[in-house]
Ligand binder design. Structure first.
Ligand code: SAM
Length: 343
């Protein structure tokens, strides 16, 4: 009887969940030149003196403090300039995974590494919104001059987050874009500067642990994974962040109160996923029900009446693989913060 009620409730609940719009690329033309690239042209462009990261390649890799046995993902590996350097440092006890959206680059890296006798390099042709790396498999993700090419930065960085082991690290090297200071090429080529990229990466679940200042037009930053939560386990994301991420489609908001509370008033931006439903269904059944409706490639913010029930909902949704972030703000507090009530 109780089970029949829950299943009926589940169908009701999903009537309220909207269809999710396809996310848009943050920079649709940025990878035009990497569609079927002529590899030799890019070897000349990426592996030449005068390119800052080429001239400082030894310092860039030295700063990563690689050790034999490490598994390193070189994401946006291009022609493999850094892949080869990393391969010799992690030795045959370790591995480098050269990840790129362009198959031509990945094939070239695999071929050239074989010719050089480097046996610890594997190529992965990834998607524009995912590195396609297995969960919990990487010690260090290295991203040089490639983050600004990511068209779906949150999704790509969440795939990086998932691929990293619990104490895994991320090293980012990219051009800084400073109005009034950077070259016209940088100003035109990059959509944003260091502060924006660092904030985006932090939102995806990282925190800055180190910055080295030996580059003139670029920055070198190390990140570790971060839970982004307060002592009471609520998210540290600000209301402004939440508003922005909901507006640009990076996040969804769910309300884990019960149906009668929802009927008495709810937020226009929220979908109803009652805690009783999360608790009432076996995990595999819940996963099947939620998968089609609640995307796993978005941040899921979760609110209740006053910030208590969200803490019970969080571990359940986390087990299903969601980037779930419980809000200390309850329904009335969110209304007071300017979130619109549903008509
Ligand atoms: C400017 S190149 C940098 C290559 C190399 N890291 C270097 O510094 O020599 C940028 C690379 O990022 C790759 N790329 C673009 N979007 C990507 C994505 N979403 N995931 C992985 N690689 C991507 C491009 O195909 C290109 O090879």
């Amino acid at each position: 009887m109780r089970r029949a009620f829950i299943i009926q409730l589940v169908s009701l609940v999903f009537v309220t969940i909207n269809c999710f719009a396809q996310d848009k690329s943050v920079n649709p033309d940025i990878n035009k030149s990497f569609k079927k690239p002529v590899v030799s042209t890019f070897v000349e462009r990426f592996e030449r003196e005068g390119r800052e990261v080429y001239d400082h390649r030894e310092e860039i890799i030295e700063a990563c403090q690689l050790k034999p046995g490490m598994v390193v993902a070189d994401i946006g590996a291009g022609t493999g300039l850094f892949t080869r350097m990393i391969a010799s440092r992690v030795t045959d006890r370790g591995q480098v995974i050269a990840v790129d959206i362009a198959k031509e680059f990945v094939d070239h890296i695999e071929q050239s590494c074989k010719e050089e006798g480097l046996k610890n390099v594997k190529g992965v042709v990834c998607g524009p919104d995912s590195t396609k790396l297995p969960d919990n498999s990487v010690d260090l993700a290295f991203i040089c001059d490639a983050y600004h090419h990511f068209e779906f930065p949150y999704k790509t960085m969440r795939s990086v987050y998932r691929s990293l082991k619990p104490d895994g690290q991320l090293v980012l090297v990219d051009f800084d874009r400073v109005e009034g200071k950077s070259s016209d090429w940088i100003l035109n080529h990059l959509r944003a500067g260091k502060a924006t990229f660092v904030a985006e990466i932090e939102i995806a679940g990282f925190e800055v642990t180190e910055e080295r200042e030996f580059l003139e037009t670029s920055y070198w930053i190390r990140f570790t994974k971060s839970d982004r939560k307060t002592g009471s386990n609520h998210t540290t994301d600000s209301v402004d962040d939440i508003r922005r991420l909901l507006a640009d489609g990076t996040a969804k908001l769910i309300d884990v109160r019960e149906e009668d509370e929802w009927a008495a008033g709810h937020l226009a931006a929220a979908d109803l996923v009652p805690l009783s439903m999360l608790r009432g269904l076996p995990l595999d059944e819940l996963n099947t029900k939620l998968t089609d409706e609640l995307p796993k490639d978005k941040i899921i913010y979760c609110h209740c009446r006053s910030g208590g029930r969200v803490l019970a909902a969080t571990p359940i949704l986390k087990q299903l693989g969601y980037d779930i972030r419980p809000l200390a703000f309850g329904y009335s507090a969110l209304v007071a913060e300017g979130f619109k009530k549903a008509e």
